[in-house]
Write a protein that binds this ligand. Structure first.
Ligand SMILES: NC(=O)c1ccc[n+]([C@@H]2O[C@H](COP(=O)([O-])OP(=O)(O)OC[C@H]3O[C@@H](n4cnc5c(N)ncnc54)[C@H](O)[C@@H]3O)[C@@H](O)[C@H]2O)c1
Length: 343
């Protein structure tokens, strides 16, 4: 069992990796708890849920919107959850995002905790206190920064995760190594088969290291004005790929990381052999790179994303495996750099 804490200005959050999810009750208040989960998790795990009212939502990204927030809030009112209430989310990134956002606004804010069930949410989505829902296809447009009291990451739950969801989360784990920790990259390379067989001891250790890295960044920069930007490595091109090719998040980010590494190499920042090592690692786990997107389409979508950051693009480059940095690009410069990598 590994325990890691995220400490921001006024809040702190305890993350455990390797604790059995069925022990969550230890972290809960005795009453006024409501469980939010999705239909898949409910079907697989509800026999062992703690004995509190359950609100079940449809699985998947399409339900991560304001309508569901209103619906669940109505059900919570009916259940008698008041200002002293507590939301326990049991699910992947979608359930955690919905529950975290709702907890932040329900009666102006109640406490909440996560049992994080997917690899993507264990290494990324449930850590760091960002909670948001979508407006149409515009992702995470309405949300809050608010840390849960606790996050439980139990690697045994990963055994029921579909293969593509598991790989999607693995891409984010690989990203953490690539941007911050070259030893983590080496250990992922060396433990290829243990990772694919979801060896619990191994996964507990890899997830813990990844959470540690993210917790340190978030603790120093909760609102993404500094080092937290590094976590966006692969996302500038990954987001358009996700939107246009309908690939799962991690698969799109994997392609985005290849592009960002190629741009880093073209810009003289990353050694060609490191770029090749990165590509080999992604190939090995079968992260295919088969999107068909014109540079013009990329440009349109990156321009839309750019509005959120006020004009300039903070593009995350690699200087070596395990060391990322932020470089400011204009859209034009970035697209020229991209075009030079696709001959
Ligand atoms: N808040 C953040 O900082 C942050 C960071 C990254 C991603 N996200 C968000 O996270 C979401 C993606 O997370 P996700 O990939 O976990 O998606 P998800 O919650 O939709 O889970 C993926 C699928 O796996 C199923 N599932 C989850 N755990 C399972 C288990 N143990 N066994 C069997 N099935 C299981 C779910 O029911 C769902 O069908 C996106 O909405 C993204 O925007 C948020």
């Amino acid at each position: 069992l590994t325990t890691i804490s995220v400490k921001t200005g006024t809040q702190s959050s305890i993350i455990t990796i390797g604790e059995s999810w069925t022990d969550a009750v230890k972290h809960l208040p005795g009453k006024e708890v409501v469980i939010i989960t999705d239909e898949n998790i409910y079907r697989l795990y509800n026999n062992d849920f703690p004995d509190f009212p359950i609100i079940k939502i449809a699985a998947g990204e399409s339900g991560k919107n304001l309508k569901i927030i209103e619906e669940i809030a109505g059900k919570m009112l009916d259940t008698g959850i008041g200002r002293g209430g507590f939301i326990l989310a049991i699910g992947g990134g979608v359930v955690c995002d919905i529950a975290g956002f709702l907890a932040s606004v329900y009666m102006r804010g109640i406490r909440f905790g996560f049992i994080s069930t997917s690899l993507l949410s264990q290494v990324d989505a449930s850590i760091g206190g960002k909670n948001a829902v979508n407006i149409g296809i515009a992702k995470n447009m309405i949300g809050t920064f608010n840390q849960p009291d606790f996050v439980i990451c139990d690697p045994s739950m990963l055994h029921t995760l579909p293969d593509d969801e598991y790989l999607s989360g693995l891409a984010e784990l690989i990203k953490m190594g690539l941007i911050l920790d070259k030893n983590l990259v080496g250990d992922i390379e060396e433990n290829y088969s243990g990772i694919l067989s979801r060896d619990m001891v191994l996964m507990e250790s890899l997830i813990s290291r990844s959470v540690n890295l993210k917790a340190a960044i978030v603790s120093g920069d909760e609102k993404e004005t500094g080092r937290r930007i590094l976590l966006n490595f692969g996302h500038t091109f990954g987001h358009p790929i996700e939107t246009l090719s309908m690939k799962k998040h991690g698969f799109a980010v994997a392609s985005g990381m290849r592009i960002a590494a190629a741009i880093s190499t073209r810009s003289g920042l990353l050694q060609p052999e490191d770029n090749e090592r990165l590509a080999n690692l992604l190939d090995r786990f079968n992260f295919t790179n088969d999107y068909q997107i014109s540079s013009q389409k990329f440009e349109e979508l990156i321009a839309m994303d750019k509005k959120k950051t006020g004009g300039k693009i903070n593009f995350v480059v690699l200087e070596s495996l395990g060391k990322a940095a932020v470089r400011e690009f204009t859209l034009n410069e970035l697209m020229e750099a991209y075009k030079s990598t696709v001959v």
